[in-house]
Design a protein around this ligand. Structure first.
Ligand code: PEP
Ligand code: MN
Length: 356
C-alpha cells in the first residue's frame, strides 16, 4: 500500500470545512427511528448517517439487529435527507446486501478485523467497488493486524479507504469501555499520514460524559473525522444505550470542539506544536498510571515483608535494579545521570509505600 496520497482523495473531494462527521444510532430499530434521527442530523455537521443492521452481541440472547429491512430504511433516509449512509458488514452476504441497497460507506467492525480469513473474504466480495470502506481497529492492540486488513482491501482494488479508532479491549477494568491506547493511532498516522483516520469515541467511552474530551484529543492529534453514536432517545436505545447522545447534543459538541485547520506558517506551527504536545500528554498520562501500578506492588511487598519480619531496605536488590536500568537507559538514549535521579525518586516513593 505504501503511503499513498490517493488514499485521501475521497475525503478531500467532499470539500468539508470541518472534520467528517458520521452519526446515527448504534442499531437501526424501526423505520420511524431511522428517519427521525436522520432528519435531526440534517441540522448538524453530520454528512453520513450510520446504523448497525446486523448486531451480534458479545453474549447471545440480546437484540441482534433488524437485518435486511433496515437497509430499506437507510435508503429511504438517504432519499429524504441527502445524507450518505453507512453500515457494518461482517461477511460477504452483508456486502452483497449493502451494495444492493446502495449503502455509501461500509465499515468493518472490530470483531471482524481480528480475522484475516474473514477480512480476505470481505475484500474479495468488495473487489473493485467505488464505495468508501472504513476499517475499525481490531479489538486487541495490534497495529500490524489493523494495517493488514487495510492492505487486503487495497490489494482488492478498493481505493476509497479509511480507518476508525474505537479503542482496544483489556481484561483489566479501566475508565473506558475500550482503552484508547493513543500511541497506536499515532504510530499509524506516522506511517500513513494520508490514510484518513476517524475517531469512534462512543465505543471507547461506553458512556456519554467523556465523549467530548475524546473528540478534542483526536482533533488535536489531527484526526480527520468522528463517528459518534446518536439516538433520538438514547436511554431507550436497543443497544449501547449508555453511550449514545442526542442530535442536539451532537450539534453543541461540534460547535464547542476546537478544530485546528492548517493555514499559513504560523497556524501550521501551532498545529504541529499542539499535535506534539498532545502526544506528550498521552505518554505522561501513561507514565503516571504505570508509576501508580508500581507503587501498588510496593504496598503488597511491604505487607509481605512485615508479615515475614524482613527489613524493607535491601541494598543488593536495589543495586541490581539500578544496574539493569542504567543499561536499558543507554539503549533508549537516556543518560546515566537521569536514570539515577529518576530511580532514586521512585525508590524513595516505593519505600514510603512499603512503610505504610
Ligand atoms: C458499532 O459501531 O456499532 C460497533 C459494533 O462497533 P465495534 O465494531 O467498534 O465494536
Ligand atoms: Mn454500538
Amino acid at each position: 500500500m505504501k503511503n499513498n496520497k490517493n488514499l485521501r482523495t475521497w475525503l478531500d473531494k467532499m470539500a468539508l470545512n470541518h472534520p467528517l462527521v458520521i452519526a446515527g444510532p448504534c442499531s437501526a430499530e424501526s423505520e420511524a427511528q431511522v428517519l427521525n434521527i436522520a432528519h435531526q442530523l440534517k441540522k448538524t455537521d453530520a454528512t453520513v448517517l450510520r446504523a448497525g443492521i446486523w448486531k451480534p452481541r458479545t453474549r447471545p440472547g440480546n437484540f441482534e439487529g433488524v437485518g435486511e429491512i433496515g437497509l430499506k430504511w437507510l435508503k429511504k433516509a438517504k432519499e429524504e435527507t441527502g445524507l450518505l449512509t453507512a453500515t457494518e458488514v461482517a461477511n460477504p452476504n452483508h456486502v452483497e446486501l449493502a451494495l444492493k441497497y446502495d449503502v455509501d460507506v461500509l465499515w468493518i467492525g472490530a470483531r471482524t478485523t481480528v480475522s484475516p480469513f474473514i477480512v480476505q473474504e470481505i475484500a474479495e466480495a468488495l473487489k473493485g467497488t467505488d464505495k468508501i470502506v472504513l476499517v475499525k481497529n481490531p479489538v486487541n492492540p495490534d497495529l500490524a493486524l489493523w494495517l493488514g486488513a487495510v492492505e487486503r482491501l487495497y490489494t482488492s482494488d478498493i481505493k476509497r479507504l479509511g480507518v476508525i479508532h474505537r479503542g482496544f479491549s483489556t481484561y483489566e477494568k479501566t475508565n473506558y469501555r475500550n482503552n484508547p491506547e493513543w500511541q497506536i493511532p499515532i504510530d499509524l498516522q506516522n506511517q500513513f499520514p494520508d490514510l484518513p483516520l476517524i475517531l469512534d469515541p462512543s465505543h471507547i467511552a461506553g458512556r456519554r460524559d467523556i465523549i467530548f474530551d475524546l473528540c478534542q484529543t483526536a482533533l488535536d492529534l489531527n484526526f480527520d473525522g468522528l463517528m459518534i453514536e446518536t439516538h433520538h432517545d438514547p436511554d431507550n436505545a436497543w443497544s449501547d444505550a449508555k453511550q449514545q447522545i442526542t442530535p442536539k447534543v451532537l450539534e453543541q459538541l461540534t460547535i464547542e470542539l476546537k478544530i485546528r485547520k492548517e493555514e499559513g506558517d504560523a497556524i501550521e506551527y501551532k498545529n504541529k506544536l499542539e499535535n506534539l504536545r498532545t502526544q506528550i500528554d498521552v505518554i505522561d498520562h501513561k507514565l503516571t498510571e504505570i508509576l501508580g501500578k508500581r507503587m501498588q506492588i510496593a504496598d503488597d511487598i511491604g505487607v509481605l515483608k512485615t508479615k515475614n519480619n524482613v527489613a524493607i531496605l535491601q541494598s543488593k536488590r536495589w543495586n541490581e535494579i539500578l544496574g539493569k536500568m542504567i543499561l536499558q537507559g543507554e539503549e533508549n538514549n537516556l543518560s546515566e545521570e537521569f536514570i539515577l535521579k529518576i530511580y532514586k525518586a521512585i525508590h524513595q516513593e516505593s519505600i514510603n509505600h512499603q512503610k505504610k
